[in-house]
Ligand binder design. Structure first.
Ligand SMILES: C[S@@+](CC[C@H](N)C(=O)[O-])C[C@H]1O[C@@H](n2cnc3c(N)ncnc32)[C@H](O)[C@@H]1O
Length: 331
């Protein structure tokens, strides 16, 4: 059980007083004061003592002091320059910890890797809520080595991350993040676990990376192929095939007709959700896609042109982007 010496109200107050600090609402400074929450975050993170862990927004170092006990190296990025003396003191006490002062969205991955002594493997953080969703997606996009994120976010953001097709909260963000990772754990955290208590509910989500695109996870490929058939990826073009006959006669079913990039898929997803109340055809044609190319792609992917974006699964968006890429509708 890994806990933090700072995860209680009196230790937090003491640090704030000792360094002459006041919490800043505009930076989302709600510090954790509950060791039970720290324990559950650490359980979800499943650290084995050797990992390179990135933390965004260490604050006074509450979660950080748990992470340094369980990880190989920890680098934290903090924007509030007034917290630098507190973090410097932790860095002296814990040789496997260092930090970067700056906006986490603007620090280049190479600088983070340099500080961590290698590429980031895990993101574990109680994130600043106003930029949490952006940070999660951007870090999965720009750091291919990141294999897991265990992050505290506002409950509504957790709902969007974990949403399933056909629900109100399922949207462009859900689909774009699902290209990189899937939610494998979650728990809720009430306001009383923070100082000061926020006005919103919070949740911790664990997101594990799924390979993409030529290396879709088995579960996703099964969904795409509608079969338990073995799967193979063909050639360097990333064309994904799944064998419809258990590999016995070598007959393959082409699932993706092209090799859409993550950017291609994001363009399709953004256009599809741009006008949620319209059909996917109308929303996409109003947002830069040619109607004839769309009709051909819908027919190829067996997607009804009257469907709405929120009814499509991630794999259907990938197939649609692939069909549009193959028809050069994405260029
Ligand atoms: C919710 S607090 C978490 C503090 C601490 N990790 C804890 O659990 O008690 C968020 C922290 O993120 C910092 N922060 C806000 N925006 C940031 C940004 N863009 N980049 C880096 N840190 C940021 C805040 O100053 C604050 O320390």
């Amino acid at each position: 059980m890994t806990t933090s010496p700072l995860a209680n109200p009196s230790a937090t107050r003491e640090i704030l007083e000792a360094f002459g600090l006041a919490t800043k609402h505009r930076l989302g400074q709600n510090f954790l004061i509950d060791n039970h929450v720290i324990e559950r975050i650490m359980d979800l993170a499943e650290l084995t003592g050797s990992e390179r862990v990135l933390e965004v927004g260490p604050g006074i170092g509450t979660l950080t002091l748990a992470l340094v006990q369980a990880a190989g190296r920890v680098t934290s990025i903090e924007m509030d320059s007034e917290l630098e003396p507190v973090l410097s003191a932790h860095a002296i006490d814990h040789p496997n910890f260092n930090f970067i002062m700056g906006d986490a969205l603007a620090v280049p991955p190479a600088q983070i890797a340099e500080a961590l002594g290698g590429e980031s493997e895990l993101l574990v953080a109680n994130l600043p809520y106003n930029v949490a969703a952006t940070i999660i997606l951007q870090f999965f996009q720009t750091m291919p080595s990141l294999r897991r994120a265990v992050v505290m976010v506002q409950k509504e953001v957790a709902d969007r991350i974990a949403a399933v097709a056909g629900t109100k909260v399922y949207g462009a963000y859900t689909v774009k993040l699902s290209l990189y990772g899937e939610v494998t754990g979650r728990f809720e955290v009430p306001p009383r676990c923070f100082m000061p208590a926020p006005h919103v509910d919070s949740a911790v989500v664990r997101i594990d990376r799924v390979g993409f695109p030529g290396t879709l996870s088995d579960r996703r490929v099964d969904a795409a192929c509608g079969t338990d058939a073995p799967v193979s990826t063909a050639g360097s073009d990333g064309v994904l095939t799944c064998d419809s006959n258990g590999g016995q006669d070598g007959a393959s079913v082409l699932v993706l007709a092209g090799a859409p990039s993550a950017e291609d898929i994001a363009r399709v997803v953004d256009a599809a959700f741009a006008q949620r109340r319209k059909t996917i055809r109308n929303s996409m044609s109003a947002n830069g896609f040619d109607k004839a190319a769309l009709d051909a792609a819908f027919a190829q992917c067996d997607i009804a042109s009257t469907a709405r974006a929120e009814t499509l699964s991630t794999i259907e968006f990938v197939q649609l982007a692939a069909a549009l890429a193959a028809a050069s509708a994405l260029s």
